[in-house]
Design a protein around this ligand. Structure first.
Ligand code: 9Z3
Length: 319
């Protein structure tokens, strides 16, 4: 029997250097939460790179900042889930995402304490008007860390992502229906296979390169049918042409036979998503005022996904 595209992909692409360490972390995290009979969610977040050289100087990337995945992770923790936060290195992370760049320093002040009339050790404190902002987020972060409810795993390239995705699924299979997969990462559809990639930095002296990309195998196929057949799988569909959005989401459900596609348009992804199931579809919208007031669409998305997961679990009798 000939091997399928995804099997060839793994046969022809080496795992990332830190793969075994991440696999051990995943195993340990999953075993602990499975023993405690917790529900668990794998959140994938951020974009993937497509290297153009083995010794990578240049790569193709995409727009994803990891906002969806990092915000959703916080809401899943609020709902009591253990979370594997599988994200693109240097993309947004839960909790710290609230204070990016200068924002963090703007919350702090330095005070010079006087000791015996001389200036002593400077101390740093959070400005009083920032305490209200920082305190609840810090409290939630501490609770998640102390209860070991979150595991951070990172990837960079599409190949790293594929290896980690399968490794995570191997650990999640034991949760059966208690596992939820929330595949929000913007994973490249195209890549340069390892054997077609130059080893060293491409030289401009050789003229303008012609770069030929190939299709990345659709991992949703083995994921749904083989790796986690009893889990509740939610994929995201991103389009820029509204006419394709629902059609492509339905195609995906028909093809992979999972439970739910959350469809969004690039331009409006922060204020509008559509939940598409094999038989229904409905929208979640935030108004401009709600956005300005700091509301996040992920709060609503996660509440609805959790409800769908609970309904799904309730409908399956205990084995
Ligand atoms: C999404 O559609 C996510 O909602 C976004 C979030 C990537 C738009 P940000 O990270 O953006 O908050 O900036 N993710 C899935 C995108 C995707 O590539 N889906 C594949 C497709 O549409 C199917 S799995 O073909």
């Amino acid at each position: 029997m000939s091997s399928s595209h995804w099997e060839e992909f793994y046969a022809n692409h080496l795992p990332p250097a830190d793969f075994e360490d991440n696999r051990s972390l995943l195993k340990e995290f999953c075993e602990r939460h499975n023993e405690d009979q917790n529900s668990i969610v794998l959140v994938t977040s951020g974009g993937t790179t497509v290297p153009l050289e083995h010794n990578t100087v240049r790569f193709v990337d995409n727009f994803s900042a990891g906002t969806r995945g990092s915000a959703s992770t916080e809401y899943f923790l609020d709902h009591g889930y253990a979370v594997i936060f599988m994200h693109r290195l240097k993309s947004m992370e839960p909790f710290t995402r609230h204070f990016t760049g200068q924002q963090f320093f703007d919350m702090l002040d330095v005070a010079e304490t006087m000791e015996n009339g001389e200036s002593g050790t400077p101390s740093i404190f959070v400005k009083p008007d920032s305490v209200d902002v920082l305190a609840p987020i810090l409290a939630k972060y501490k609770i998640a860390q102390e209860a070991n409810k979150i595991l951070y795993i990172n990837f960079t390239s599409v190949v790293d992502y594929m290896w980690l995705l399968r490794a995570a699924c191997e650990c999640l299979a034991a949760f059966d229906k208690r596992a939820l997969l929330y595949l929000a990462a913007a994973v490249s559809d195209f890549y340069i296979p390892s054997d077609k990639m130059p080893t060293h930095k491409m030289q401009s002296g050789h003229g303008a390169p012609t770069i030929s990309l190939q299709l990345v195998p659709k991992m949703l196929a083995p994921l749904v049918s083989l790796w986690v057949p009893d889990a509740f799988v939610v994929s995201f569909k991103l389009e820029t042409d509204e006419n394709l959005l629902i059609v492509k989401s339905r195609d995906s459900l028909n093809k992979y036979k999972h439970k739910l596609v959350i469809a969004n348009m690039l331009q409006t992804r922060k204020s509008r998503v559509i939940f598409v199931t094999p038989t229904t579809s409905y929208e979640i919208n935030l108004t401009k005022d709600q956005l300005l007031a700091g509301m996040e669409i992920e709060e609503h998305i996660v509440a609805d996904v959790v409800q769908c997961h609970e309904d799904f679990m309730a409908a399956i009798p205990l084995q």
